[in-house]
Design a protein around this ligand. Structure first.
Ligand code: ADP
Ligand code: MG
Length: 247
């Protein structure tokens, strides 16, 4: 089994007297899709936002391939290889599909070129390549405003891939989607995880999606991690039953 990409230890965050996240431990390996679930107020978003640097943790550590992320600004964390998608699709509607991806590449350019033309050409080729990977190359020249919602989410994935993330955070990626679109997006995510040897941490309301696609899951309740394991191990876990069904 590959080494952990993300190692979280004793992670905590309080807001005033409220312990939103209360000392959680988990890790995540390359090639793994890990679902973070729990009822409203459990601490899922707070955990996400500590990993991406939008919130500063009060306690513990978050290591990406051994590098401590706590205290680093979001942009540096992103540069180190933590990508994210958003709950609300975030593309520029007036730009074409490929221009959206080129924009993302521009903001993360690792290369030096002798002329602007060469740089632009390089980005175009790479952008089309990324669109290929998400099945959107044929629609490269359409404005994003014309796309179906499920296709916007695919473009968003291509945008997130522009940073070549080692870890991708997805906050409710399938919210607002019909079951067929959901499955297509999660199947694509799974394929990217395998092909790129990337790790994904996602939150999800639909248990059908979680059980179908997560390799492992962690369950939060009132800021505490109450269970973790493979979906089948979690399904019948007494603490999870209690939190979700009050039994
Ligand atoms: P989830 O995403 O699982 O629904 P959150 O992480 O949003 O949960 O919230 C966890 C707890 O922390 C809740 O009790 C919430 O009210 C509280 N909380 C979250 N963000 C803030 C904030 N910025 N200020 C005060 N309390 C917050
Ligand atoms: Mg939330």
């Amino acid at each position: 089994m590959s080494a952990a990409v993300l190692t979280v230890k004793g992670l905590g965050k309080s807001f005033g007297g409220v312990k939103a996240v209360d000392g959680i431990d988990f890790d995540l390996r390359a090639g793994e899709l890990l679902a973070l679930i729990g009822p409203n107020g459990a601490g899922k978003s707070t955990t996400f936002n500590m990993v991406n640097g939008q919130l500063r943790a009060n306690a513990g550590s978050i290591r990406l391939n051994g590098v401590e992320l706590i205290g680093k600004p979001p942009r540096e964390i992103w540069r180190l290889g933590v990508g994210r998608t958003f709950q609300i699709a975030e593309t520029f509607a007036s730009l074409t599909v490929v221009e959206n991806v080129q924009m993302a590449l521009l903001s993360h350019d690792k290369h030096m070129f002798s002329t602007w033309r060469r740089a632009a050409d390089h980005r175009l080729g790479y952008a089309l390549d990324l669109l290929d990977q998400v099945g959107m190359r044929a629609q490269a020249d359409r404005p994003c405003s014309e796309l179906a919602y499920g296709d916007v989410k695919r473009v968003e994935l291509a945008i997130a891939m522009a940073n070549d993330p080692k870890l991708l955070l997805m906050d409710e990626p399938t919210a607002g989607m019909a079951p067929k679109e959901r499955n297509a997006l999660m199947a694509l995510t799974k394929q990217l995880v395998v092909e790129r040897d990337m790790a994904v941490l996602f939150t999800e309301h639909s248990m059908d999606v979680v059980f179908a696609y997560a390799d492992r899951m962690i369950v939060l309740a009132r800021g505490r991690l109450i269970a973790q394991g493979k979906p089948l191990e979690i399904r019948d876990h007494p603490k999870v039953q209690e939190v979700y069904f009050g039994t």
